[in-house]
Design a protein around this ligand. Structure first.
Ligand code: ZN
Length: 91
């Protein structure tokens, strides 16, 4: 019985986190579509930054790292529900 409740709670938390994440992803896509600006993280220092979707070379304003768009992963990308599954009472 306890494990069943923990399972339901874990599933509920995962669904809520997944929903919140996908909402952020959807909003970030609106920025890309309307402003042609991508929200990314620096591949070197991990800081969040913006860049034009047309940029071929990007330089991080935080650490000075310079690279191609593939060196700067999107801050939000679509993720599966399984990514958010948590274990309750995991000691
Ligand atoms: Zn950086």
């Amino acid at each position: 019985m306890k494990n069943e409740i923990e399972g339901l709670l874990s599933n509920f938390i995962a669904k809520e986190k997944h929903k919140a994440w996908e909402q952020q992803y959807a909003l970030s896509q609106v920025v890309v579509e309307k402003a042609n600006i991508n929200i990314v993280t620096c591949g070197s220092c991990g800081s969040v930054m913006l860049h034009s979707c047309d940029a071929e070379k990007i330089e991080c304003p935080h650490c000075g790292f310079s690279g191609e768009p593939c060196d700067f992963p999107d801050l939000y990308h679509s993720r599966s529900l399984e990514d958010f599954e948590v274990t309750i009472n995991n000691k």
